[in-house]
Design a protein around this ligand. Sequence first.
Ligand code: ADP
Ligand code: MG
Length: 384
Amino acid sequence: MSMKEFNRNYRLGLSKNHLKYPAKDNFPLYTTHQNPVAKFLTVEMYERLFDKVTPNGVTLDKCIQPSVDYTGKICGLVAGDEESYETFKELFDAVIDEKHLGFGPNDKQPAPELEPENLTGGQLDAKYVKSCRVRTGRNVRGLCLPPAISRVERREVERILTESMAGLGGEFEGTYYPLSKMTPDEEKQLIEDHFLFQKPTGQLMVNSGSVRDWPDGRGIWHNKAKNFLVWVNEEDHCRLISMEQGGDMKATFARLCNAINEVARQMKEKGREFMHSDRLGYITTCPTNIGTGIRCSVHIQLHKLSKDPRFDEIVLALKLQKRGTAGEHTDAVDDVYDLSNSARLKKNEREFVQQLIDGVTKIIEMEKALEEGKSIDDLVAAIK
Ligand code: ADP
Ligand code: MG
């Protein structure tokens, strides 16, 4: 049996039983569920899609499982492979339109722009900006995504990526640390440097089965300077991260652009490429990350503005998102916030980084005004 057949059988084995019964009798019990799948998936749509199977053997039920097992606010939908977006288009398009605040079936993501030279500004005041980080997600074409991946395929993803990264030279020369073989000292160092990823506990990841077989096939790669990192087999096949202390967002983005291009080139030599669609941009496990997958963030200390009652609305008006010091679902420590672009789709990579630079520049202006005891009413009015 070929690996492709093995994987297809592996996935179909999980779901073929329900095909013996009428689709409508298998419809999930949605009650107080607050996710967009529960909102858009009707019995009729379910009947149209339930017996469809992607070339890799992914079914609709595989993709919607998180929407069934958690009633709170999550996206609820995951892709089991690149083709899930096509095979179950009717549902994916509805969820994408909702989560990206308007993206119709005829809308198209602009072409990628990993071009730092086209940025304006980008040296942010290091008195406020403690560190810069830009990350994106990528997946290897032809292999299933974490919700549907088999152990052998996951190890194959790890092999392809680590072999590609081993080919990197110059400032990108680095080492891969598989989670399963990490020494206590290595683990301690990576935690201290805020580089280590933990086993995901989010409802989407857990209920989609994406954390099966942990830590098999998972690991972290980083260069010597530890300013370019790659997470392997977490939520996507890889997350590529560029980060550094201080306020130089342009240099942070430039490093990410160079590194991605270089990794893609190494992969191409091995006959591999990243999943990408002309319409949706880069393909990711969670439909909320499609497009650029770019989250460009600063750690910024705002003693004054963070205490202003308008802080949240200012962040929102600048199309930014606020997180705590240790990332999503954490609180700010010593008034240090993680501010990043809130969208991933409908603009290219360079435009999202520009949006962050422009927004943070305005926020710093407000913080300075408040420090001098001035009113920020005019500055706030100007961004609305
Ligand atoms: P993502 O989903 O983009 O990886 P998370 O919110 O899950 O982001 O955070 C991942 C880790 O990255 C956390 O430890 C967080 O503190 C760190 N981080 C995010 N932005 C920055 C930044 N600008 N500087 C330093 N660390 C950061
Ligand atoms: Mg995260």
